[in-house]
Design a binder for this molecule. Sequence first.
Ligand SMILES: [Zn+2]
Length: 418
Amino acid sequence: MKTIIKNCRVFNSDKSVIYIDDGRFADEFSENEADEVIDAKGATVLPGLVDMHVHFREPGYEYKETIATGSAAAAKGGFTSVCTMPNTFPVCDNAAVVSGILKKAEQAGLVRVYPIGAAGKGLESEELAEIGLMKEAGIVAVSNDGKPIATSGFMRKVLEYSADFDIPVLNHEEDPTISGGAMNEGEVSTSIGIRGCPTAAEDIMIARDIILSEYLNIPVHICHVSTKGGLRMIREAKARGVKVTCETCPHYFTLTDSSCENYDTNFKMHPPLRSEEDRLAVIEAIKDGTVDCIVTDHAPHHQDDKEVEFSHALNGIVGLESSFALCYTYLVKPGIITMERLMDLMCYNPSSILKLGRGGMDKGDDADLTLMDLENEFVFEKDKMLTKGRNTPFDGWKLYGETMLTMMKGKKTYEKLC
Ligand SMILES: [Zn+2]
């Protein structure tokens, strides 16, 4: 199968045509030889995006999302690789579940799925999961995400044991002994009468993980950072050579806790939306290189889990289909960061932290790409999403950066119907 994409701009290149032969980027050939010629109409070809933090809910919670529906949402968002968190049912803490996820992902065939295994059996911080066997089955990292790795002693064990297998550790940072509220603890939570979760809950555990990483000289990756204090500590640790990396999400630089004022549960997630000061600190840390990756923390829920009182609603929002557009509109378009930096955040850095080997656009590399319209504004509509979840806070937002086409290994995985 030979494909030509013409009339495009190509990221990091002065080319305006892309040639794909048998699933790989190729040298020029004539249109007569091509099976398909796609007119990109001026849109921009980017390397396929990588999201190292998503929740696909299968096995166990298929009413919220399946690997097939999550994969379709990922492709629509321009992603060609995603890493799935292990808080499924049963928990992904053994090789059988890992193999099951990979099989379903292959059947769906819309995105490369890299499973993340649990660090502790059952996502508990008691007994190590079968990390070696899970690595053989295909995991790329361990995490108890959804829950923190609760104690320093267990975190040390996880770091040391995973290092033996060369498996990265990703931690959800939240000290359970002072956490527990339904939103950020601050002026807004006080004024609307919702119990808050302090930034200190996140900061304390980030501090702990930096200390352990430095003491053991083992890398640690900090999940979805939302606080000014956490980012300051990560910045300082990096400066003195600690092997710490981190991620944040689009909602932490586009929204604050004031959005919770009308008790809309589509603004409830964990870590919670923070103050304006934290939001600005996230932008600063994206700009100065402290943040390594932007992830979605895509967390689809059924309406029944969200259409309840704010305090009782489950945490999380969907994100795969809005992430690139939010990043482009709020970071690149206003000139806060360059497109090169955005591709580091959304493709090259996550690929390198987890050793996925993705992002290449040279001859012979797998043709994983997405075609983005960066010129025309579009309205993001929740009813057009391909995820099963409807829990987005971005319905009706006017954005730039709509996906026109996504290809994984030269195969179309999403195409906008014009
Ligand atoms: Zn988390």
